[in-house]
Design a protein around this ligand. Structure first.
Ligand SMILES: O=c1ccn([C@@H]2O[C@H](COP(=O)(O)O)[C@@H](O)[C@H]2O)c(=O)[nH]1
Length: 274
């Protein structure tokens, strides 16, 4: 999917919501455990209930990989389901990969060719040759970790060099030699509030994938105040806050209500740029 196509979806749906499919067998309603593939059944219901309110889905691959072969099958079926019934959706494999070049090439093939998602999250720590294999796929995206939502982001990402530049700022700056705003996005946590102002100085036109609203307490309003650009430039993710909003038999309706609440707030924020 191109940047313009993503922006068209955002305008059409008045939403820049990404629903996180972090599906944990210990958290889904108990009656589903009798299904042949409980994870896929859960995801399918969540997707059907939210697809008109969001522009992206982000399965975090850890939740699937931890289940072995059954998890990979559920992940593959989930991606295929979205692509078949909701082809307008942007699909992100949140896998946080990155290794020496030939290994990264295999990760890239796994996610961007075999699973055929639109984007994969990549850790920048190993540098250019670990990221570039992911950039060789047409109309696909790398989403590079920049300033993450967790407390540990302070350990390395906020380290300052002698010129006073944070390590995450160096990531934003240097990675622009590798890709551009048509094939690269950055992860910035919603919990990082005002830092979006500094980030936009480095990457005014790039899309940012923003996890951390909902369960992690980040503020959508603050993210929008400092992070919105003329083409929206934000995909805001919520996982637990949506998919586990209700753990009864009515879980899909609960997820829809939680997604609708965020979508309405997003529609308001978009008024400033549309
Ligand atoms: O900085 C980061 C990078 C990735 N994540 C991932 O996003 C979701 C957030 O889930 P919630 O339930 O909405 O908190 C999850 O998959 C994380 O691994 C992040 O939170 N922060």
């Amino acid at each position: 999917m191109t940047k313009q196509e993503l922006f068209e979806q955002i305008k059409k749906k008045e939403s820049f919501l990404c629903v996180g499919l972090d599906t944990d067998p210990n958290k889904i309603p108990a009656h589903l455990l009798y299904e042949e593939d409980p994870i896929f059944t859960f995801n399918k219901e969540i997707i059907d209930a939210t697809a008109d309110l969001c522009v992206a889905y982000k399965p975090n691959t850890a939740f699937y990989e931890s289940l072995g072969i059954k998890g990979w099958i559920a992940l593959g079926k989930t991606i295929q389901y979205i692509k078949t019934y909701y082809p307008e959706q942007f699909i992100i494999a949140d896998a946080k990969r990155g290794d020496i070049g030939n290994t990264s090439a295999m990760y890239a093939r796994t996610f961007l060719d075999d699973l055929n998602v639109d984007a994969v999250t990549v850790a920048p720590y190993m540098g250019e040759d670990s990221v570039s294999p992911f950039l060789s796929y047409e109309n696909k995206w790398v989403i590079l970790l920049a300033l993450t939502s967790n407390k540990g982001s302070q350990d390395f990402q906020l380290f300052k060099n002698e010129e006073g530049q944070h390590l995450y700022e160096r990531v934003l700056e240097k990675s622009q030699d590798w890709g551009n705003d048509e094939n690269m996005m950055y992860v910035v946590g919603a919990t990082q509030g005002k830092s979006f102002e500094a980030i936009r100085k480095y990457v005014p036109n790039h899309f940012l994938l923003v996890p951390g609203v909902g369960a992690q307490g980040g503020s959508l309003q603050e993210v929008c105040k400092y992070g919105l650009n003329t083409q929206c430039g934000l995909l805001v993710n919520s996982s637990r806050g949506i998919i586990y909003a209700d753990n009864t038999i009515d879980y899909a309706e609960g997820a829809r209500n939680a997604a609708k609440t965020l979508q309405l707030q997003m529609a308001k924020e978009l008024e400033a740029i549309l």
